[in-house]
Design a binder for this molecule. Structure first.
Ligand SMILES: NC(=O)c1ccc[n+]([C@@H]2O[C@H](COP(=O)([O-])OP(=O)(O)OC[C@H]3O[C@@H](n4cnc5c(N)ncnc54)[C@H](OP(=O)(O)O)[C@@H]3O)[C@@H](O)[C@H]2O)c1
Length: 200
């Protein structure tokens, strides 16, 4: 398969791309790094990416930030950033990518367990994570030509917690999270939200 990994240069994307490359052609896409660059928040940049990429069999999205702040501190800009990157950024990858995905191909997007298990400061992130999941459940019903769409919902990733100097005990290693994306790409699931902890 020819697999596009958007966010391939990040914490989860790096081990995922390495594992996929053992048996597939992997195209690594980042914002500043990778084989190709894109800004998922810019629809023009996304359209140019797919023109440059050409046909593919699977696309994984690990891109799109969102802001973590208490509700009283979240600004209009924080909400606009979160919505345009993690929510519409991923949705626009699907909308534009539909023109290039081959019959029977797949999209795998990313949410996060804060959608169902919020914590103080997560209102913007919980909002966009839940939006990604709602979009994918419904979009799966419309997908043409046998194209599938699923969402992986990671818990805190061990390497991310390490980087922040936080307790790593609730974390799941990035390489283990990556295996759930592979299940979506290589399996036959459609319209599913996969909590990565169920695959630990
Ligand atoms: N890590 C966690 O603990 C955790 C937990 C739950 C959910 N998640 C979700 O999992 C996904 C991946 O997380 P991660 O920790 O692997 O992220 P990360 O290490 O911050 O990496 C982000 C990746 O996305 C790319 N990127 C950033 N902004 C972009 C933009 N505007 N357009 C296109 N690409 C962009 C980066 O490219 P460059 O390297 O070129 O900048 C990089 O490849 C995110 O959606 C995150 O919310 C993560």
């Amino acid at each position: 398969m020819r697999i596009i990994v958007v966010g391939a240069t990040g914490t989860i994307g790096t081990p995922l791309s390495a594992a996929l490359a053992e048996r597939h052609e992997v195209v690594r896409v980042g914002n500043r790094h990778g084989d190709f660059q894109v800004d998922v928040a810019d629809p023009g940049s996304v359209a140019r990416l797919f023109q440059d990429l050409g046909p593919f069999d699977a696309l994984v999205s690990l891109a799109g930030g969102a802001r973590f702040k208490p509700i009283g501190e979240l600004t209009d800009e924080d909400f606009a950033f979160s919505l345009s990157h993690k929510l519409m950024g991923q949705i626009n990858l699907v909308r534009a990518g539909l023109a290039q995905v081959r019959d029977g191909g797949s999209f795998t997007l990313t949410s996060g367990v804060l959608a169902q298990e919020p914590m103080p400061g997560s209102s913007a992130i919980s909002l966009v994570n839940a939006g990604v999941e709602g979009f994918a459940r419904a979009a799966a019903l419309d997908m043409p030509r046998g194209v599938r769409i699923n969402v992986v919902s990671p818990p805190w990733v061990t390497e991310t917690l390490q980087g922040m100097g936080w307790d790593t005990s609730p974390g799941m290693p990035a390489a283990q999270v990556a295996r759930v994306y592979i299940e979506c790409i290589e399996g036959s699931r459609n319209g599913e939200i996969l909590d990565a902890r169920d695959f630990g």
